[in-house]
Write a protein that binds this ligand. Structure first.
Ligand SMILES: Nc1ncnc2c1ncn2[C@@H]1O[C@H](COP(=O)(O)OP(=O)(O)OP(=O)(O)O)[C@@H](O)[C@H]1O
Length: 267
């Protein structure tokens, strides 16, 4: 049987259309008036200092938080437009299991620590409808290999893994279903510098190989530079600058971005 084309919609059609998104926590501003389009195969970085609203925005985009105002529209593989905050809960959950993936900063938030490594990867395939045990196990092995996890550890629990291995397992679990859109919240945060570098390399390779679209929140401009095509700089809940990553980082226009960039460059 012929496989369906991975992305049936044209690359001229945005995968995600975000319009005037605003989220408040009581009187506290989470994010305000954020609009952008994300195209297939594009990686968008969201940078800014702690408390600038990056995680709030990411959670609103992924439908994990409800905004007070604005909308997020996802165009699925058939070209149908799905209003992320108006769609039924089962449909949104199904999107989360198939078309979308969410990589948390802390792998414990994205893995089941009491289930084996292979089980963690296989579980997501089963949630997307896979039933054949042999195929599920071989896909789990395949993804452990792709994410450079020792295959002899397939029956071990992630609690026995190092932080870097746990994060790679979380990535394997997320990508095994062939998602089109991946949300990442500080995917290399909390890891040693050498472990970070290896993970970044791996992520960069996978994103390019799979032609993934991604939205990556990071406070680390080096991570943003390596992974994202475009950048949005947030301050106090608002986007203060946006553009091609190299353009924004090499020639920042806004005072705040200039400060962010120069603070990294200082010895
Ligand atoms: N559950 C909450 N209740 C009240 N205020 C919140 C809540 N979550 C976030 N905020 C506030 O919203 C603003 C944006 O926070 P957010 O966590 O989105 O920023 P961030 O850029 O992701 O920060 P960090 O890098 O530290 O995670 C902050 O002022 C924060 O105090």
């Amino acid at each position: 049987m012929q496989q369906p084309a991975r992305n049936d919609v044209s690359t001229d059609t945005p995968l995600l259309t975000v319009d005037r998104l605003t989220k408040l926590y009581g009187n506290q501003l989470g994010c305000a008036d954020v609009s952008f389009d994300l195209y297939p195969g594009e990686v968008m970085g969201i940078v800014g200092e702690s408390g600038s609203g990056k995680t709030t925005l990411l959670n609103c985009l992924a439908g994990r938080l409800s905004p007070e105002e604005g909308s997020v529209v996802y165009t699925d593989r058939t070209g149908e437009e799905v209003d992320v905050h108006a769609v039924s809960e089962p449909r949104r959950r199904m999107l989360m299991r198939t078309d979308w993936a969410f990589v948390h900063q802390n792998p414990r938030d994205g893995l089941r620590m009491g289930v084996s490594a292979g089980g963690n990867v296989g579980e997501r395939l089963m949630a997307a409808g896979a039933r054949h045990y042999g195929k599920i196990r071989s896909a789990a092995l395949d993804w452990m290999e792709k994410t450079e996890i020792d295959l002899t550890r397939i029956d071990d629990r992630p609690s026995t893994f190092s932080g870097g291995m746990q994060q790679r397992l979380q990535i394997a679990r997320n990508l095994v279903t062939g998602p089109r859109l991946v949300f990442m919240d500080e995917p290399t945060g909390g890891l040693d510098v050498s472990v970070q570098a290896r993970l970044l390399d791996l992520l960069r390779g996978l994103v390019a190989e799979m032609g993934l679209s991604a939205i990556i929140v990071t406070h680390d401009l080096a991570v943003a530079r390596l992974l994202s095509h475009r950048l949005m700089v947030m301050r106090r809940g608002k986007v203060v600058e946006r553009g091609l990553t190299d353009q924004v980082l090499d020639d920042p226009q806004h005072d705040y971005t200039q400060l962010l960039v120069s603070s990294v460059l200082q010895p």
